[in-house]
Design a protein around this ligand. Structure first.
Ligand code: S3P
Length: 170
């Protein structure tokens, strides 16, 4: 069984996935990193050249592939927008939702490299990002087997919580 981290951009999925993978001794797959590598460009540039739909197609293909192996998967925040992906995630039993605070997330993703690599952040105002956040929260929640509220803890603490849950849900 894979362990899949879902949640909004900037909530810490990649960092937590890496640390968790070390602790539980499983490989880690970071979807954005893999896609960036496959595309040979940052996701922002791919959106500009080919559009979001083309990105979503590649993202779905990758998710299906990754779910074939037992590993920790850090998804991209938009992976839950597609019905096929929702169904694939629903069939899993270890989907973990990192439920973050919008203002904290926004402060992380709204500038510098973190903004540059995220087309959705570049396209949207703070208000429309908040709308997207509210809309997606319900979907993350619906798909999650475990929701972990994250608000300023160290990644180490988040990983400990996850491991506790994994033990309990064995
Ligand atoms: C996206 C989130 C990004 C990345 C792409 C689209 C989204 O991943 O997949 O820019 O639609 O929320 P992160 O959640 O890792 O930022």
């Amino acid at each position: 069984m894979s362990i899949i981290l879902i949640g909004f951009m900037g909530v810490g999925k990649s960092t937590v996935a890496k640390k968790l993978a070390e602790e539980v001794n499983l490989p880690v797959a970071d979807m954005d990193d893999i896609l960036t590598q496959q595309l040979g460009m940052i996701i922002t540039d791919f959106f500009e050249m080919q559009g979001e739909a083309a990105f979503r197609t590649l993202e779905t293909r990758l998710l299906v592939e990754l779910l074939k192996t037992d590993q920790i998967i850090a998804t991209g925040g938009g992976v839950i927008m597609n019905k096929e992906n929702q169904e694939a995630l629903q069939a899993q039993s270890k989907v973990i939702f990192l439920d973050g605070d919008f203002d904290l997330i926004y402060s992380r993703i709204s500038s510098g490299r973190n903004a540059e690599i995220r087309p959705i952040v570049r396209q949207k105002s703070k208000e429309s990002l908040k709308e997207l956040f509210d809309y997606r929260q319900k979907i993350y929640q619906k798909l999650a087997d475990y929701t972990l509220r994250v608000s300023g803890q160290y990644p180490r603490e988040i990983v400990e919580e996850i491991i506790k849950w994994l033990e309990e849900s064995k």
